[in-house]
Design a protein around this ligand. Structure first.
Ligand code: NDP
Length: 393
């Protein structure tokens, strides 16, 4: 029986994890479930999966969660420190499925406690990959990739010494064939309607800008320890081939599977074994052909920004991520346009001096500074758009 703690249990990855746990009651038991603010859903899932503990990150909802779970025997706590405590508590595996850099402290705490981490929360690795991989090395904790592309690479990677190149595939998102002019007018509702994957709002927007693939390149660099020039991106609109490893002898090993996160999640949960999943099987004869194309870095500048941040290293990935989180939230809230997202990230990277974060406090300080700067650029762009609309009106 594996005891699992699910950070971000109310989200898309959290729900898929709970679905697999419910299908395998003889294999998995849930230790703790956590959420950001959605105490109603957290209370529901905690009871449904029989968790021993439920933690809400926003302490303003402590009383509501406590009331909702009173008499169930489920321990309730609240606040960022309680989240870290839950991640540090004994478990066989922590599923890190919080969205954004907010997931970094608990994910790092799990690694520091020596617990195996199944990592969906790519932003944590982008901000503080060196701290996380160092903690895993120090305690011997396994860091298992859940992101479908990295999980694919993990499945087909034999030995990194003989690897020439790793390729992450990208669906290209919902705006793959739009011109820059057309992209200027897209709405948040259109951006979160992903053509192949069903995911949370933030990663859906990241997929639409291709920032998601940029964050994934940085994630791959930390996970697989290759040089940046050995990491490549290929657009594959069908999202069936998830990752490819090219070896020095010219062999290419790829992992294929349906676009359903339960496949990589099941792989990480059961590793080193495998469990059955209810996902639809691939029918390659019916699919007929697999399509690939080069990514367009002119229409999708976020990818180039992330590649440059990876090459520059130091705090650049952390700044990139923080500015992107601010810009995506502003876009989803209607404050800026779709193309402003990459522009805000670019301006923020240009405005902040490089530095090398060595501790979690350093990372938090850089993250906070980058968010403040990005917020200023968001306000400027928002004001400009508002003035433009007023003139046009
Ligand atoms: P969702 O938005 O669906 O869920 C996010 C989860 O994080 C929710 O449980 C949410 O709680 C919680 N959360 C949000 N903010 C905070 C906070 N400040 N403190 C603590 N908890 C918080 O996201 P996804 O499931 O789509 O994505 C989760 C992570 O997995 C992301 O890093 C994403 O990039 C990655 N990923 C996701 C994939 C997918 O298919 N969805 C695929 C590959 C990677 P609440 O409900 O209360 O807001």
């Amino acid at each position: 029986m594996k005891r699992i703690t699910i950070l971000g249990a109310t989200g898309s990855v959290g729900s898929s994890t709970l679905d697999l746990v419910a299908r395998n009651p003889d294999r998995f038991a849930v230790e703790a479930v956590t959420a950001g603010r959605d105490w109603r859903r957290l209370a529901e899932v905690a009871q449904a999966c029989g968790a021993r503990q439920a933690v809400i990150a926003d302490a303003a909802f402590h009383a509501e969660l406590k009331d909702a779970l009173s008499g169930t025997g489920i321990a309730v706590s609240a606040g960022p420190e309680a989240l870290v405590e839950a991640a540090r508590a004994p478990a066989d595996l922590v599923m890190a499925a919080i969205v954004g850099a907010a997931g970094l402290p608990p994910t790092l705490a799990a690694l520091e406690a020596g617990t195996t981490v199944a990592l969906a929360n790519k932003e944590a690795l982008v901000c503080a990959g060196s701290l996380m991989t160092a903690a895993a090395r120090r305690t011997g904790a396994d860091l298992l990739p859940v992101d479908s592309e990295h999980n694919a690479i993990f499945q087909v990677l034999e030995s990194k010494e003989r690897v020439e190149r790793i390729t992450l595939t990208a669906s290209g998102g919902p705006f793959r064939s739009l011109s820059l002019d057309e992209m200027r007018a897209v709405t948040p509702a259109e951006a979160v309607r992903h053509p192949t994957w069903s995911m949370g709002a933030k990663i859906s927007v990241d997929s639409a800008t291709l920032m998601n693939k940029g964050l994934e390149l940085i994630e791959a660099w930390h996970l697989f320890g290759l040089r940046p020039d050995q990491l490549a991106v290929l657009v594959h609109p069908q999202s069936l081939v998830h990752g490819l490893v090219e070896y020095v002898d010219g062999s290419v090993l790829a992992q294929l599977g349906p676009a359903d996160m339960r496949v990589p999640i099941a792989h990480a949960l059961a590793w080193p074994e495998r469990i059955a999943t209810p996902v639809e099987r691939l029918n390659l004869a019916a699919i007929g052909r697999l399509e690939f194309e080069e990514p367009d870095r002119i229409r999708f500048p976020a990818l180039a920004l992330a590649e440059a941040a990876l090459a520059a290293g130091q705090c650049r990935p952390c700044v990139l991520n923080a500015a992107n989180e601010v810009a995506v939230a502003a876009f989803l809230g209607g404050a800026i346009g779709f193309l402003d997202i990459a522009a805000v990230v670019e301006d923020s990277l240009a405005a902040l001096a490089p530095g090398c974060p060595e501790t979690l406090d350093d990372v938090s300080a850089i993250d906070a500074e980058a968010r403040a700067v990005a917020q200023q650029f968001v306000s400027k762009r928002g004001e400009r758009a508002f003035a433009g609309k007023r003139r046009a009106g």
